[in-house]
Design a protein around this ligand. Structure first.
Ligand code: ADP
Length: 493
């Protein structure tokens, strides 16, 4: 039996243990799919308040993590990813992680976030040494783990961990981990690493920059986003640097949890369906119209939208287009929380357009499922979208996405072709209320005038493969390439 490739994931959130966004879903699911490819995969994360502390096994001894103020000693607890033998090591250090939020109250970061995630990054390497687990690949995710590739190249110099290839995955470049340059001492790295070739970026300490400079290879969560972040429009100031590593930058589309998001088995739905039998979808639509307090009419097109109310998701553009959209014979339900101004506007619109627009301003997973199932169309007018999950859920539920042509939306939705009836959704390029409204108008007219095209698109949409199995084999190729780059020879499987 050949030795398996050893992979350590470091992440600040892992589903189902702690989640604020798509990152948690990736790190909750990808290791499972890699395990099925016979890799020795392990995961490290912080132990936060609200996690099932007592269900986790406490490891013997304490982990010692060098911090700027001295040696921090913390416990390590171990759980497993559900239905797998993949260990999840949770670093316990209550001073840093036993708090109400992962990163800080809404809209704000904790002032000691640099210190907190230094503990995670440095601690994950110390844990490897304590366990005698020397990974071939260390897979780091977003800025909270950005110091790991830097440590591997510096403090681990000529140590066993120096042989590990590092992958740095960008899940959202808008969050880079930017701190005052004077805080460099917190990282434990010498001031000599505060330079434009490593951690300094326009006069600040930038963990993402350090990670891009020091990692063996860089990845992001869709091929289109990988290209976009090398441009000024999407690069958030790091486009030049990413362009300089363009041969080492790979975009791999996220998968989705096809068990949780399966219209044939979904327990959140009033009726279930699949592409061979769509009657259940009609039942879901009627139930959603009822839930929204709309007239229950199978003939009217029902649009759904679910997501964080932030400028990333283009909710401001939707707000400006709303009046035009609702002047047609169409219905729209919205589920989301976020920006207080956006919430106020949609609450007003809910009262104003009561029989055709409903805004639920809360987080409600069951309702998200019912919208995906019951709607005919799903809106995502994103300003930028590294990958996006909702459009993949809607495709699987036969709910045609209306999306802006950006990031992962380009890689997952194909635009409707009126001539052939081809495609799986409706796309627009300009981030402008008129473009959004026109494209929704296009979907509405297709609904009324070419229902056979809508039926064909639905079947095509539902047949797409967004499983993690596909993504996992792309990551395996990436790991093997990184291994060879780091060691100078191929991995001997
Ligand atoms: P992002 O990670 O940028 O927020 P994604 O489309 O990748 O966007 O994933 C968002 C996930 O969060 C989806 O699973 C979506 O259904 C869920 N979600 C977002 N807002 C809500 C909400 N208010 N209620 C229920 N689920 C939500």
């Amino acid at each position: 039996m050949p030795a398996p490739l050893k992979v350590l994931f470091v992440s600040s959130e892992v589903a189902p243990f702690a989640k604020t966004g798509g990152l948690a879903d990736v790190v909750g699911a990808l290791p499972k799919a890699l395990r099925a490819l016979n890799m020795d995969v392990r995961v490290v994360m912080p132990l936060y308040a609200g996690m099932p502390w007592n269900d986790l096994e406490v490891l013997d001894g304490l982990l010692t993590v060098p911090m700027w103020w001295g040696a921090a000693r913390g416990r390590v607890r171990v759980g497993r990813l559900p239905e797998t033998d993949v260990p999840v090591y949770c670093l316990e250090y209550n001073r840093y992680f036993d708090r109400p939020y992962l990163y800080g109250p809404p809209g704000d970061g904790y002032p000691d976030n640099l210190e907190r995630f230094t503990y995670l990054s440095r601690g994950s390497l110390e844990l490897c040494k304590a366990l005698g687990f020397f990974p071939d690949i260390i897979h780091c995710n977003d800025w909270q783990t950005g110091l790991v590739p830097v440590y591997v190249n510096t403090v681990e110099w000529l140590q066993p961990l120096h042989g590990a290839a590092t992958i740095y995955s960008i899940h959202n470049l808008a969050y880079q981990g930017i701190f005052d340059g004077n805080a460099m001492f917190v990282t434990g790295l010498g001031r000599e690493h505060y330079n434009p070739g490593e951690l300094e970026h326009f006069g600040a300490l930038n963990l993402t920059k350090g990670a891009i400079q020091h990692s063996t290879l860089v990845s992001t969560v869709s091929p289109t986003y990988a290209r976009e972040i090398q441009t000024g429009e999407y690069g958030c100031g790091l486009d030049g640097l990413l362009g300089s590593r363009s041969h080492d930058l790979v975009g791999i589309l996220n998968g989705i949890d096809t068990d949780e998001w399966n219209p044939a088995t979904d327990p959140h739905l009033p009726a279930r369906f699949d592409s061979a039998n769509m009657e259940g979808k009609a039942t879901c639509k009627a139930a959603l119209q009822k839930e929204a307090g709309f007239p229950v009419r199978p003939d009217v097109p029902l649009f759904g939208v679910v997501g964080r109310l932030t400028s990333q998701k283009g909710f401001d553009v939707l707000a400006h287009a709303l009046h035009r959209i609702l002047s047609w014979d169409a219905q729209l339900v919205l589920l989301g929380t976020g920006d207080p101004d956006a919430e106020r506007f949609f609450a007003w619109a809910d009262a104003h357009y009561g029989d055709r627009f409903r805004a639920w301003l809360r987080f409600d997973n069951g309702r998200a499922h019912r919208i995906e199932a019951g709607a005919d169309f799903f809106l995502m007018p994103s300003r930028f979208e590294p990958c996006g999950l909702n459009q993949m859920y809607s495709l699987r539920y036969g709910t045609l996405p209306v999306v802006r042509a950006t990031g992962g939306l380009v890689d997952t939705v194909s635009n409707y072709d009126e001539g052939t009836g081809g495609g799986t959704g409706f796309m627009f390029a300009d981030l402008h209320p008129d473009s959004l409204a026109n494209t929704i108008g296009w979907a509405v007219s297709t609904w009324f005038d070419r229902p056979d095209h809508i039926r064909g698109m639905r079947h095509r949409a539902m047949a797409q493969d967004f499983s993690w199995t596909r993504a996992a084999s792309a990551y395996r190729d990436l790991y093997l390439r990184a291994y060879e780059r780091r060691r100078g020879h191929a991995f001997a499987a």
